[in-house]
Design a protein around this ligand. Structure first.
Ligand SMILES: Cc1cc2nc3c(=O)[nH]c(=O)nc-3n(C[C@H](O)[C@H](O)[C@H](O)COP(=O)(O)OP(=O)(O)OC[C@H]3O[C@@H](n4cnc5c(N)ncnc54)[C@H](O)[C@@H]3O)c2cc1C
Length: 552
């Protein structure tokens, strides 16, 4: 990707041609593009669906030049309203959906280069089946594909479970999901990026080639300009984290754009590392009569399992009830009869190169159950990747049904949006954080369902408001939890990103001084705050002249 800059015509100073009909006025036809899975609804005057770099540059520069705000969208599966437009133009990248090529690295591993609108499920199936549309690929990519077809099975590991997410959206949010316990978040799998700035210039980055010096960074655009700036000075918690810009000493420049939530530039070409697919993928869903036993079990599993689990996921009693209700509603969702003891469940995914590896891990699960008042008879075991994927799908049905429930309640009361905590805490604070959620909601509500990535001390607390009063109380609770989780050394967002819904929580986490530093950083790339207006940072921090206005 290195060295590719502007299109040849642009380098010669020829303005981009107007792609006919690219920019469309908003109308009823595009109404669904005003929201994402948070169910928040925005507004916009126009929308475009570019297919190429040239079209993208045309739409972006034209809209920015006329002073419009621009909101980038991928699959709109985000739950923090990052893709919800705040006026102006919607730049929807779902048609930039080509897998552009492949290479075999010097490390012997394989890398695929994609446009941002490639949908996760499409990439996953192409990699699993080793079947790609290579008709437009060059010789080097075709050679790499031939080598790829003659070798082991591979996979793209990050899986935020919602497989209609796009790779651009996943990179922009640094999405994670269950398997990141073993394989890490999307960030760890991005090797190269091309980013387009508001003025149409692009930056091409390869991991390892451009680093900050301390907290100072210098970046060269593809047309040869150097951008010099300082990174925010906050210390990010050393846990799974997707809150705010990635900033640390001597960091790789590529990491600044990963997780930037559509606010610094548009990620328009992404190179991803593939990993070898383990031959055995099993999982065990273990039920418990008591929530604290489930917590102890999860902790035990993390501690001594040979090779470590691939994922440790949690479902509380309310989540299990939602799952049963979803199965009753949707005949395609096959949920086996659950044991009577179902106050909580923990799903442990076990990956190994051989059957014996998976069996050994399963024995370890049995030992952990014995130590934590679990019972192997209250456990569903999925042997093989199809069965394990099935259990993952069942777990995914829980957030899906919560999102549907919120959508139904919103119809009766439009003020209601998704109200969910995506907070993670350091080791040693898991129990305290769960107790905090429980004690706050037990007596006065609202109802809640708690599930998520307990392996990373990361629980999703989804509040289920029935009315406006519930919603207001839920919002106050989220602010209070943000304060307490920050005191524990945790993060207010471990994987969903801040978007527009967790801005206040971000301020609680980092404080006014660091929010000002973030705004200064954004101005380097986007002086007037046009990109992703209202995401992460308040709109009022960006005056039309580019001078920062901030009222703490
Ligand atoms: C039922 C359900 C379960 C989920 N579970 C998980 C989970 O377990 N883990 C997890 O991490 N996430 C989860 N998610 C959230 C979601 O799938 C991810 O955040 C996803 O990565 C967003 O991708 P998208 O293409 O839908 O992006 P969008 O929602 O369209 O956009 C998300 C953000 O990225 C920006 N953006 C999008 N594309 C680009 C681009 N090319 N360049 C720059 N900015 C861009 C947008 O402006 C926005 O700020 C879940 C969602 C649902 C609905």
């Amino acid at each position: 990707m290195k060295g590719k800059g502007m299109d040849a015509e642009q380098k010669r100073g020829v303005p981009p041609r107007r792609p006919d009909g690219l920019i469309k006025r908003m109308s009823g036809e595009y109404e669904s593009y005003l929201c994402d899975e948070s169910r928040a609804v925005g507004r916009a005057e126009s929308i475009s669906f570019p297919r190429t770099e040239l079209e993208l540059r045309y739409a972006l520069t034209r809209e920015c030049a006329r002073g419009a705000r621009v909101t980038v969208q991928g699959g709109r599966t985000g739950v923090s309203a990052g893709a919800v437009p705040n006026g102006g133009h919607i730049l929807n990248l779902s048609r930039m959906d080509k897998i552009l090529g492949m290479r075999k690295g010097e490390d012997g591993e394989f890398y695929v280069r994609v446009q941002p609108g490639v949908v996760l499920s499409h990439l996953q199936s192409a990699v699993a089946a080793k079947r790609f549309d290579a008709s437009a690929w060059g010789y080097a990519s075709r050679d790499a594909l031939a080598a790829f077809c003659g070798t082991d099975a591979y996979m793209f590991a990050p899986d935020p479970t919602e497989r209609t997410a796009t790779i651009g959206g996943m990179a922009a949010c640094n999405a994670s999901g269950a398997l990141c316990y073993k394989y890490g978040p999307t960030r760890d799998h991005i090797f190269a990026l091309r980013v387009m700035l508001c003025d149409g210039r692009s930056i091409s980055l390869r991991r390892g080639e451009c680093r900050a010096t301390g907290r100072h960074m210098e970046l060269r655009t593809d047309d040869g300009h150097t951008l010099r700036f300082d990174l925010p000075t906050y210390r990010m918690p050393d846990i799974k984290n997707a809150a705010g810009f990635f900033a640390r000493e001597d960091m790789d420049a590529i990491d600044l754009f990963i997780g930037s939530d559509g606010t610094l530039g548009i990620l328009f070409e992404i190179e991803l590392a593939l990993v070898k697919r383990p031959a055995e993928m099993w999982s065990a869903l273990c039920f418990f009569g008591d929530e604290s036993d489930a917590l102890r079990f999860a902790t035990e599993c993390r501690r001594g399992m040979p090779e470590g689990p691939a994922a440790v996921e949690y479902l509380d009693g309310a989540s299990l009830a939602l799952l049963r209700a979803a199965a009753a509603e949707d005949g395609r969702l096959r949920v086996p009869e659950m044991p009577a003891r179902r106050a909580a469940a923990v799903c442990v995914e076990l990956h190994g190169a051989r059957e014996n590896d998976a069996l050994e891990q399963l024995f370890y699960v049995g030992e952990c159950l014995d130590r934590t008042r679990g019972d192997i008879r209250d456990t569903w075991v999925a042997r093989g990747s199809a069965a394990a994927a099935n259990l993952r799908d069942l777990r995914h049905a829980v957030p899906l049904s919560v999102n549907r429930l919120i959508a139904r309640r919103k119809r009766a009361n439009p003020a209601i949006n998704k109200l969910a905590a995506d907070m993670a805490v350091p080791d040693g604070f898991l129990h305290a954080s769960l107790m905090m959620y429980r004690s706050a909601t037990a007596e006065t509500g609202p109802d809640c369902a708690i599930w998520g990535h307990i392996g990373n001390n990361h629980l999703h607390v989804n509040l289920l408001p029935r009315n406006g009063a519930d919603f207001d109380r839920g919002k106050a609770l989220l602010a209070e939890w943000a304060r307490r989780v920050t005191e524990m050394g945790g993060t207010i967002s471990a994987e969903h990103g801040v978007g527009k819904l967790k801005r206040e929580a971000l301020k609680i986490m980092y404080g006014d001084r660091h929010i000002l530093e973030m705004a200064a950083l954004k101005r380097v790339f986007d002086p007037d705050g046009r990109l992703g207006a209202g995401t992460m940072l308040p709109v009022r921090m960006f005056s039309p002249s580019g001078a920062g206005v901030y009222i703490p």
